[in-house]
Ligand binder design. Structure first.
Ligand code: CUA
Length: 342
């Protein structure tokens, strides 16, 4: 390998950082609200300060190597006398230490100021949501003083643009870390404790949230959808969510509902407006309106629903969804019914 190519790995970290700038549904570098914006500023400051020091260290290293070579080539010659060398070295060392201290102080000050600002972001609030951690899914409840306006969904968050949101984070049986990098930093959901995160989504769009703390077998399948939309669209969605499930229109779907209400399904899941009122698994009242199933493990299609019901442990080993052993016609009726739950 020739010499310039051998130096390439040294520059890899900078090339990597230069390449990951830009838009993304799950990116710290594409903030969609003021909280994520502040975190982004600290991130960039750290990149530039640490990047500058990294390049300076590489520069000094290169100078030392070149000098050493030159000296080796001129071996035999008496060393040149350097009368002022000691003093110059001492001054350079002091300058370098000062520079490092300045860099570190800048980073400490910036992260302290941003941390304080984020901690005091509470105050005026428009929307109250409670997110509860489970093994392995996210329960989402939209709170309201009027109980008839409360409803539950799973693995999805819809938020109105420009409205401050307070999200209460709780857990039933596991420690997850709630993280929507486009909107805010990470915060843990811990059993027996309520945490709060305050954010203001300012830009409409679809973002991806993900558990950011290893929580066992299905840590990787702990995603959720975040949709930020205009206030009118959000209110329409909310008004639809509080309604009970649609009546099945076909004979097949009716059979599916009957099966749901009289089998294992109803012991864990709820579908408002039916006899199914279980509370340990996701509320399925408007399941068909969600983009994914099993906490982002699969896109929400009828085929995937059937695969998930037929073999949950094959798709998400360790999840609490049990194998229930349905006949093919029962599975067909069940998925036909679940598809009507818009
Ligand atoms: Cu929850 Cu990782």
């Amino acid at each position: 390998m020739n010499r310039p190519l051998r130096l390439l790995p040294l520059l890899a970290p900078l090339l990597l950082l230069a390449g990951c700038d830009g838009a993304g549904v799950q990116s710290v570098l594409d903030p969609a609200g003021p909280q994520a914006d502040r975190i982004d500023i600290v991130w960039r400051l750290m990149l530039w300060v640490c990047g500058a020091f990294y390049l300076m260290v590489l520069g000094f290293l290169a100078v030392a190597v070149l000098r050493h070579r030159r000296r080796r080539r001129a071996e035999g010659e008496p060393p040149e006398p350097h009368p002022g060398r000691e003093g110059g070295l001492r001054a350079a060392l002091a300058g370098w230490v000062g520079l490092i201290a300045l860099g570190l102080l800048t980073l400490i000050a910036a992260s302290y100021v941003v941390d304080r600002r984020l901690a005091h972001a509470s105050g005026k609030q428009g929307l109250n949501v409670q997110v509860t951690a489970h093994q392995w899914w996210w329960e989402v409840e939209y709170l309201d003083e009027d109980p008839s306006k409360r409803f539950k969904t799973a693995n999805e968050l819809r938020l109105p643009a420009g409205v401050p949101v307070r999200i209460e984070l709780r857990s039933s049986d596991v420690i997850h870390s709630f993280w929507v990098p486009n909107l805010h930093g990470k915060l843990d959901l811990i059993p027996g404790r309520a945490n709060e995160i305050h954010l203001i989504p300012e830009r409409t769009g679809r973002f991806r949230g993900q558990c950011a703390e290893f929580c066992g077998l299905q840590h990787a399948h702990m995603a959720f959808d975040v949709t930020v939309e205009e206030r009118g669209a959000f209110e329409a969605w909310r008004a639809h969510q509080v309604t009970t499930a649609a009546e099945p229109a076909t004979e097949l779907a009716r059979k599916g509902r009957e099966h749901f209400e009289t089998s294992h399904c109803a012991m864990c899941h709820a579908i408002r407006g039916t006899k199914a009122a279980g509370s340990v698994a996701p509320d399925l009242t408007h399941l068909a309106g969600r983009a994914t199933i099993a906490a982002g493990a699969l896109p929400n299609t009828r085929g995937n629903l059937a695969a998930w019901i037929a073999d949950p442990q094959g798709i998400k080993p360790g999840s609490r969804m049990p194998f229930i052993g349905l006949e093919p016609d029962e599975l067909d009726a069940l998925t036909a019914y679940l598809e009507t739950l818009r």
